[in-house]
Design a binder for this molecule. Structure first.
Ligand SMILES: Cc1ncc(COP(=O)(O)O)c(C=O)c1O
Length: 306
């Protein structure tokens, strides 16, 4: 019998996810003034937990936010929320850990001494349509430009995704593809709406060095590829270079490595890539799957579900 139930914790109070609420004057709700992480639980182990906790702390520091809960308090709230779902240890879980700056007067400047509010959402890991892996995701360069990094640092993983929402909405509505590639006003590729983008150009595996979130999947893909005896690199990738790409894929915590089957450029040119991923994409998927298996086996201290 499947008695799993999606659960939430708001300020340490646990309830079914559909009943979780935050105050209407919470700054995360009013201004997107929050930071968050999403990570996966595989075989009870939180994948790359340390990286996610460090990135949360870094995002908070970039927005000058003090997180009121200690690391131990955050972890014990996560454990308690997972426990309340009655998940079996074999389930793959999705954890969203969001920290809002908290409740305060309706005023942009954050008041001193404000208490942050931790919200934890625990669901089963979303499954993507099988076709997105067997064939690939369809992408288009969006007309919506990436907001400049000196206006909003892309390494703030924060609760305001309007730039990305506008980009994915434009390409879905106007081009009819699945996701957007965002470029800067100078035509440099940054990332997709919620994942990092990779290209094989001249036989080299490359991902943009600037203008994107330093993805944790991206970081570990680099390591996995190196262990497998291959090479990968980060560079400024101008959109004109992409015309010579032979493969493309996306990476993120929830997608893993998802091949791209086509990329439409702004002038309407469609670049086609091998269905199900070319040789380098498949090699990278294999290397990353082995790397992940070994991480889970070697990091029992990250067990959040027992
Ligand atoms: C804008 C953006 N870029 C990249 C990523 C991929 O990051 P990660 O591999 O840490 O999930 C995400 C994931 O949420 C994202 O939102």
């Amino acid at each position: 019998m499947n008695d799993f139930e999606e659960m939430a914790s708001v300020g340490g109070k646990i309830c079914p996810i559909g009943q979780a609420t935050v105050p209407a004057i919470d700054r995360g709700f009013l201004y997107g003034d929050s930071v968050y992480e999403v990570f996966r639980i595989v075989d009870g182990v939180a994948l790359f937990l340390e990286d996610h906790l460090q990135r949360l702390a870094n995002s908070a520091s970039l927005v000058h936010m003090d997180i009121s809960d200690s690391r131990d308090q955050l972890l014990s709230q996560i454990r308690a929320t997972i426990k309340a779902t009655r998940a079996q240890p074999t389930r793959q879980l999705f954890i969203r850990l969001q920290v809002s700056r908290g409740v305060g007067p309706i005023d942009l400047y954050p008041p001193a001494g404000i208490e942050s509010l931790t919200v934890i959402l625990v669901k089963e890991l979303p499954t993507f349509k099988e076709q997105l892996y067997s064939v690939g995701i369809r992408l288009s360069v969006s007309k919506v430009r990436r907001n400049p990094s000196d206006a909003l640092d892309p390494n703030i993983k924060g609760g305001n995704y309007l730039n990305n929402i506008l980009a994915i909405t434009q390409v879905r509505n106007e081009v009819g593809v699945d996701d957007a590639i965002l470029v800067t006003s100078d035509g440099v590729i940054t990332e997709a709406s919620n994942s990092n983008a990779w290209f094989v150009i001249g036989g080299k595996l490359l991902t943009p060095v600037r203008g994107n979130l330093r993805g944790i999947t991206k970081r570990h893909i680099h390591r996995a590829v190196e262990i497998a005896g291959q090479t990968s690199d980060e560079a400024d990738l101008h959109i004109d270079l992409i015309r010579d790409a032979s493969e493309c894929f996306l990476s993120s915590t929830t997608r893993g490595i998802m091949p791209c089957s086509e990329l439409t450029l702004e002038d309407g040119t469609m670049l086609n890539f091998p269905a199900g991923g070319g040789e380098m994409t498949r090699l990278t998927q294999k290397a990353f799957a082995e790397y992940t298996r070994s991480y889970i086996a070697n990091n029992p201290q990250n067990t959040l579900l027992c």
